[in-house]
Design a protein around this ligand. Structure first.
Ligand code: SF4
Length: 385
């Protein structure tokens, strides 16, 4: 399946934990950014003719796409249509919103463009924690956005939470999950905080001003899963939970190693055997686009057999459907179940994985030890042809 991603790098305020390449939302940049995105779309279509005609999902992520005013978004959609993307026949059009820019006008404008899935970055309902991680919205703004989105007809809604925040208690996080899952939304994601040493929060942690209790990761994650499963949100990926039939089609394409194009500064693409991306820093991306998107300015990873094997194991196991042993024949590995038997039996004994009908799935605490299990499997298979 082919998918398209548009990266909108603007954020109203840079959160203290942010490690992405984002820039403050400056209205003087909107027109320039929009023109550059359109130019990059046209360049990509010239190099890969017919790509956009076959696209099945579109995702506007960031940064904060809802910071870009509707007329600019409309221009991007018009450009996509001009290169063959048929908005009306897409399976899913997702857009990320932050609470501050969620209002009746911005939601109506998104719906008019064809957006049918909105993802809201809430992170927590705890005012003190929101402040501690440097989010710009208040609890009240978050709740207002959630009320508006969940009462909008013909819209699928996802909301994101974070856990293992500095000073957060297990009960505090579980209360967030419980409260959020009482809303009539279709999808919930939650992510453990990953403190980048480069971020403002990372500096505070290094200076001893804030601390993260990593021991709380497991009870928070497993407790959150238990609440969501009780409330009929099925886990289909390590951090993603949906009511049946509302799983993200776009994100599943990533995990199934489907192809996609990413447009915008630093947005990643995957085509053929290559993962590649344009310059991440805005002025460099601007120069790249103005120069006609020269292929030699892209950062390119050509995947060898080991890379693809690792991706297959890691991206399969992080999904609830698990890893099919048969799929490993793509990498020249036959009898894959037997060949990793000793490594797998260790995890089966601990009840961290389950083997069923030629598929290996994570189970219970196995989700916490996912990285170790993936590494073990990759080592077991990496020297086999
Ligand atoms: S909203 Fe997201 S992308 Fe923007 S600054 Fe915060 S963490 Fe970074």
């Amino acid at each position: 399946m082919l998918c398209a991603y548009i990266h909108v790098p603007f954020c109203k305020k840079i959160c203290d934990y942010c490690d992405f390449r984002v820039i403050p939302s400056l209205s003087r940049l909107y027109a320039e950014y929009t023109d550059l995105v359109c130019k990059q779309i046209v360049c990509f279509e010239e190099i890969h003719p017919g790509f956009f005609t076959s696209v099945k999902t579109l995702y506007l992520g960031g940064g904060t796409p809802s910071e870009l005013p509707p007329p600019y978004l409309k221009k991007i959609f018009e450009c996509l249509a001009s290169v063959g993307l048929k908005v009306s026949s897409l399976q899913e059009i997702s857009m990320e919103f932050n609470p501050e820019s969620t209002n009746e006008e911005s939601v109506a404008a998104a719906l008019e463009l064809g957006v049918n899935r909105i993802s809201l970055g809430l992170q927590t309902f705890d005012a003190e924690l929101l402040q501690r991680i440097g989010r710009s919205h208040s609890v009240e703004t978050g709740l207002r956005a959630l009320d508006l989105l969940t009462s909008t007809p013909h819209l699928q809604v996802n909301a994101d939470l974070m856990f293992d925040l500095p000073g957060q208690t297990v009960q505090g996080f579980l209360n967030d999950v419980d409260r959020l899952s009482d809303y009539p939304l279709e999808h919930i994601s939650f992510y453990g905080l990953n403190v980048s040493p480069r971020s403002r929060l990372g500096h505070k942690v290094s200076a001893g001003e804030l601390s993260i209790n990593e021991d709380l990761y497991e009870p928070m994650y497993l407790g959150g899963v238990e609440i969501l499963e009780r409330k009929v949100f099925g886990r289909y990926e390590v951090s993603n939970f949906a009511r049946q039939g509302f799983e993200s089609v776009h994100n599943q394409n990533y995990w199934n190693r489907g192809e996609y194009v990413g447009i915008g500064p630093g947005a990643h693409s995957f085509l053929g055997n290559q993962r590649f991306y344009a310059p991440e820093i805005y002025p460099r991306w601007r120069d790249y686009v103005l120069a006609g998107c020269p292929q030699e300015s892209l950062s390119v990873d050509c995947l060898n057999r080991e890379d693809k094997l690792m991706e297959y194991i890691w991206l399969s196991l992080r999904q609830s459907k698990g890893m099919s042993f048969k799929g490993l024949s793509e990498f020249g590995i036959e009898d894959a179940e037997d060949k990793a038997a000793s490594c797998i039996s260790k995890w089966v004994c601990k009840e961290f994985v389950i083997k069923k009908n030629g598929v290996l799935q994570l189970k219970g605490r196995g989700w916490i030890f996912m990285d170790d299990i993936v590494t073990d499997l990759a080592n077991a298979y990496s020297n086999l042809e």
